[in-house]
Design a protein around this ligand. Structure first.
Ligand code: SF4
Length: 434
């Protein structure tokens, strides 16, 4: 197990495209693990603390990915399982209770404590959900202890957020019997983006609107049959299922990346809440216009450029659609760890018919296809970027697309810039070498 990359055994082969036209691969994969989600979740949920129950390797990953909080008290840490815990010679539950007690004595401001499972805690079958119940009983009601898995055993890194939000859904209260329709936006958004969407929904007359996760962990929205859900991220399959189990209705739509994606996403809400086309056009037109202008500035660099997506964040179909629709780029291969057609179907419909769709990964085969395709840009994980750059392919780290504010009209230009910048840099380097 490496600090950040979980390398899988080359255990299987590719299934040729079936009737669905999707090539399925089950080989060696290179992905970050779900602990990575703590990096953006701890910034979003400002009164929560994330305690990874893992090894020193897990601690190194979190420390290097999230940085050291020098001037503020950190809101994440690792309870390190030592050899005695792993060998079953110590009572890991007793150790965990002691660590949590010490943490809470020092940080009484914590309102929600997430116990985050890792590969080591899963290997020794430490039951964190029971530990969470025990600790809530011990330290509640002012503190809620929840658990989810961030392990790299069978996940890709964005599934950490999915697991965290699914745990929060279980804590959401039920709707009142006479509740009016409400809108829930699921997916961690930077505060600035959340505020922009709030203003747009206000202008559309849609409300009440809640965001999951919110800035305060105890302000959980009520869920029930009157709840309409828009997912802000395409990787929230488990969260969507949990919400639907509670009676909520998910609104199918492309995701709010780029001007067209954001428009279609807002339209889905407008339709569900009976907003007139005139009111919709009036409310979104100024922001649409700003977004279109900002995106257009990057079109010259991306028009007709061939882009190859390695599977990493699960944002791949949405980003390929954005690059194709709004910037004239040509997606050659769009691979994603999972292709959940329920969620990304509206994105796939907008991709060009000749695109090669891949679910899963066999990294060596995929590198061969990438070399044969000779794309202008590859969107890939950190581990593949340097080798591809050395072979003359400009790269974009896909994890950056999850860390950066990229949703909505106002960020559409920034999203385009994330793709045009590597091409501009490569053009400058070529110019210097000439
Ligand atoms: S959870 Fe697993 S993959 Fe992630 S850092 Fe810890 S040991 Fe490595």
């Amino acid at each position: 197990m490496s600090a950040s990359l979980a390398l899988r055994r080359p255990d299987a082969n590719a299934q040729p495209p079936g009737a669905s036209g999707v090539l399925r691969e089950r080989g060696q994969r290179e992905v970050f693990c779900g602990l990575t989600g703590i990096v953006w979740l701890h910034r979003k949920i400002q009164d929560a603390f994330f305690l990874v129950v893992g090894s020193r390797t897990c601690a190194h990953l979190i420390q290097s990915a999230a940085g050291v909080m020098i001037f503020a008290e950190p809101r994440f840490a690792t309870a390190i399982l030592e050899e005695r815990d792993l060998a079953g010679m110590a009572d890991a539950n007793a150790e965990l209770d002691r660590v949590v007690g010490d943490l809470l004595a020092r940080r009484p401001d914590i309102r929600t404590l997430f116990l985050v499972g890792s590969c080591p805690s899963e290997v020794i079958k430490l039951d964190l959900s029971r530990a969470a119940q025990r600790l809530t009983a011990q330290h509640g009601p002012g503190l809620r202890v929840l658990s989810y898995s961030g392990s790299g055993i069978e996940t890709t890194f964005t599934q950490g957020e999915d697991a965290c939000l699914a745990a929060l859904v279980a804590e959401c209260p039920p709707e009142a019997p006479d509740a009016a329709p409400s809108l829930l936006i699921a997916g961690a958004l930077p505060d600035i983006v959340e505020d922009q969407f709030h203003r747009l929904f206000d202008a559309l007359g849609i409300g009440p609107v809640a965001f999951l996760p919110g800035r305060r962990s105890h302000a959980l929205p009520a869920i029930g049959p009157q709840t309409r859900v828009l997912l802000a991220q395409p990787f929230l399959g488990d969260t969507a299922l949990r919400l639907e189990d509670r009676g909520a209705r998910r609104l199918a739509a492309p995701f709010p990346f780029g001007v067209e994606g954001t428009t279609a996403w807002l339209e889905a809400a407008a339709l569900a809440f009976g907003v007139s086309p005139q009111r919709f056009a009036g409310a979104v037109a100024p922001a649409q216009q700003r977004g279109r202008q900002a995106v257009a500035a990057h079109r010259a660099l991306l028009q007709d450029r061939r882009v190859f997506f390695f599977p990493d964040s699960q944002l791949e179909p949405s980003l390929a659609r954005f690059l194709h629709e709004e910037l004239g780029a040509i997606p050659v291969e769009v691979a994603s760890p999972y292709l959940n057609r329920d969620l990304v179907g509206p994105e796939l419909e907008r991709l060009p018919a000749e695109v090669r769709l891949v679910e899963g990964q066999d990294v060596e085969r995929q590198l061969d296809r990438c070399r044969a395709d000779r794309p202008d840009l590859a969107v890939c994980g950190l581990g593949l970027a340097n080798p591809l750059e050395a072979q003359g392919v400009a790269t974009k780290w896909s994890i950056e697309l999850v860390f950066s504010p990229v949703h909505g009209f106002e960020q559409a230009g920034d999203l385009a810039a994330l793709f045009s910048r590597p091409l501009a840099r490569r053009a400058r380097l070529k110019g210097l070498a000439a």
